[in-house]
Each structure stands twice: as structure tokens, then as C-alpha cells.
Design a protein around this ligand. Structure first.
Ligand SMILES: [Zn+2]
Ligand SMILES: [Zn+2]
Length: 192
């Protein structure tokens, strides 16, 4: 019985090294490949996170925290980062701002009649819808002027016609020193 077992064990011992050593030879490179892959995978997630966060925020502290968190917690960190990261990239935010600005510019550029709110062009003299007077032409150079303007900015014509009433104002200013005469009254009072 012992002999049979010994015989079996020796036959096992002799057959074992044949396939086991080849397996053992394979395990080393396989583990090395696995480790190398994991390291490359980890490194690429860190690089991806750094690039991604840089596209989403200019906050340097936030960039560093996100990258370090993904580096410390390899796979879970990436998931948490993807949940918490800023929703829009800086390019998307910039693009949206541009769109909003152009929309706003378009809206302010579009003029409407103050009376009936119909759309008007900047060179209309009256509203085509209700006839509201919008602009007038200069009597001298015939360019279009705003109704509230008193001078033509193109040919310097005074649109009010009559000169500005500045003389009565001057007369009033001259009247002020006259009213100071009674103010000198207290001076004789000093004699008391
Ligand atoms: Zn109108
Ligand atoms: Zn003019």
C-alpha cells in the first residue's frame, strides 16, 4: 500500500513540473500585464479628469481637488466626479452667452412704434400702421431727425426757429444784486 502511494506520488511529482512550470511561467507575465493595464487605466482616468475639469472651471483649487480625488479613489472617484462636476463646459457657457447677447442686441435693435407697437424701421418718418409721427426731416439738409432734437446735428440748423430766450434770464440775474441793498441795512445797525 505504501509502495503504491509512493509510486503514485513519485509519478505525480515527475508529471507535475511539465505543465505547472509552463503555467507558472505564464502567471508572471500575465500579472505584470494586468498591473501595467491597471496603472495605465488609472493614469488615463486621472489625465481625463484633469482635462475635463479644466474645460469646466477655471477654479484652480477645484481642478486640483477633483484630480487628486480621482487619483486616490480610482474608479469610485471617477463616478463621484462625473456626478458632481459642473454641468456645462466653459465653451458651452461662452457659446450660450454669445447667443443671449446676440438675441438681446437683435431685440434692442428692433424698433417699435410708441403708439401701436408696430415694427418700424429707423428711417421711417411716420408709423405705417397708425400714422404716428416718428421723425422729421431737416428743413435745410433734409436728413431725418429725432422729434425731440432742437438742432440738426448734420447742418447745425436751429430747428426751434426763434433764438433761445436767454436775455430775460440775464435781466433776472442782474436783479439779484439789487435785492442785496436791503441786506446792507444791518451795517448802520452796528453803530448802535
Ligand atoms: Zn404706430
Ligand atoms: Zn440739417
Amino acid at each position: 500500500m505504501n509502495f503504491v502511494y509512493a509510486n503514485l506520488s513519485t509519478s505525480l511529482a515527475t508529471t507535475q513540473p511539465g505543465w505547472l512550470t509552463t503555467l507558472q511561467n505564464l502567471v508572471g507575465p500575465m500579472v505584470a500585464c494586468m498591473v501595467a493595464f491597471l496603472v495605465v487605466f488609472w493614469l488615463s482616468t486621472v489625465i481625463w479628469t484633469f482635462r475635463d475639469i479644466r474645460a469646466r472651471t477655471q477654479d484652480f483649487l477645484l481642478q486640483i481637488i477633483s484630480t487628486v480625488a480621482v487619483a486616490i479613489f480610482p474608479i469610485a472617484g471617477v463616478f463621484v466626479y462625473m456626478i458632481l462636476r459642473p454641468r456645462q463646459t466653459l465653451a458651452e457657457i461662452y457659446e450660450r452667452q454669445l447667443e443671449e447677447e446676440s438675441l438681446l442686441a437683435e431685440m434692442t435693435e428692433r424698433q417699435t412704434c410708441s403708439n401701436c407697437h408696430a415694427r418700424i424701421e429707423s428711417d421711417f418718418q411716420v408709423c405705417p400702421s397708425c400714422g404716428q409721427k416718428l421723425k422729421r426731416s431737416c428743413p435745410k439738409c433734409e436728413r431725418l431727425l429725432e422729434l425731440r432734437w432742437t438742432f440738426c446735428p448734420y447742418c447745425t440748423t436751429n430747428l426751434a426757429g426763434a433764438p433761445m430766450p436767454s436775455m430775460p434770464g440775464m435781466a433776472n440775474m442782474q436783479g439779484v444784486p439789487n435785492s442785496n441793498i436791503p441786506m446792507g441795512g444791518p451795517i448802520p445797525g452796528n453803530r448802535f
